[in-house]
Write a protein that binds this ligand. Structure first.
Ligand SMILES: [Zn+2]
Length: 203
């Protein structure tokens, strides 16, 4: 049986190491990326051009996104929403958290921003009610195997039923924007208010 003899390379020999010139991409911070030009550029840059419309849109941070593209895509989404004549429901401005619960606050907002109601992107809000309480799910872990709803004490079931009755009869707890655009007439403003908005814009 012969044992393979490992070659000995001395630390101070030319074979152990030699100086070579290597070429590769280095980012602004000095990190070496070899052939990966893209990664080196990505790491070394702070900003880049929009990938969709490089000539039209402003530059944006490399770790961010093009706000203009985002705005355009949200606007095309808005354009797909159905439109309905407003009948007094709470309203919210599209992609904003500005809500209006009465016509006066909407009129005030218009005056403050010198905008007509028809120029706001208003969504009709839908009511949010408390969710129904599922007693069986709530007690799932303590109901014995093979048991069900009826394993629970009658008094608890009655109380859950009373709670669900109250929930069903509840009024809206909050409101959220829907996929319906409100058609709001500029005539919610009187002539004086409209004139004030126009004068403010002309100024
Ligand atoms: Zn863009």
């Amino acid at each position: 049986m012969s044992k393979k003899i490992e070659k000995i390379v001395m630390m101070d020999s030319d074979e152990a190491a030699s100086i070579k010139t290597v070429t590769g991409w280095v980012d602004r911070q000095g990190r070496f990326w070899g052939n990966d030009e893209h990664q080196a550029r990505w790491c070394g840059a702070t900003h880049r051009k929009c990938k969709n419309k490089p000539e039209e849109h402003p530059i944006h941070a490399t770790n961010g996104y093009c706000e203009e593209c985002h705005r355009e895509s949200r606007q095309s989404k808005f354009a797909t929403f159905e439109r309905a004549v407003w009948t007094g429901e709470p309203l919210v401005i599209f992609d904003d958290d500005q809500y209006f619960f009465d016509v006066e606050s909407l009129a005030d907002y218009c005056l403050e921003h010198s905008l007509l109601p028809s120029e706001l992107q208003l969504l009709i809000c839908e009511p949010n009610y408390p969710p129904e309480f599922d007693i069986e799910q709530h007690c799932e872990e303590v109901i014995p195997d093979g048991g069900d709803y009826h394993s629970l004490p009658q008094a608890v079931l009655d109380a859950a039923e009373a709670l669900n009755k109250a929930i069903k009869e509840s009024s809206a707890v909050s409101w959220s924007g829907s996929g319906r655009v409100a058609i709001v007439s500029d005539d919610i403003l009187d002539d004086e208010q409209k004139a004030e908005i126009m004068a403010e814009r002309a100024a």
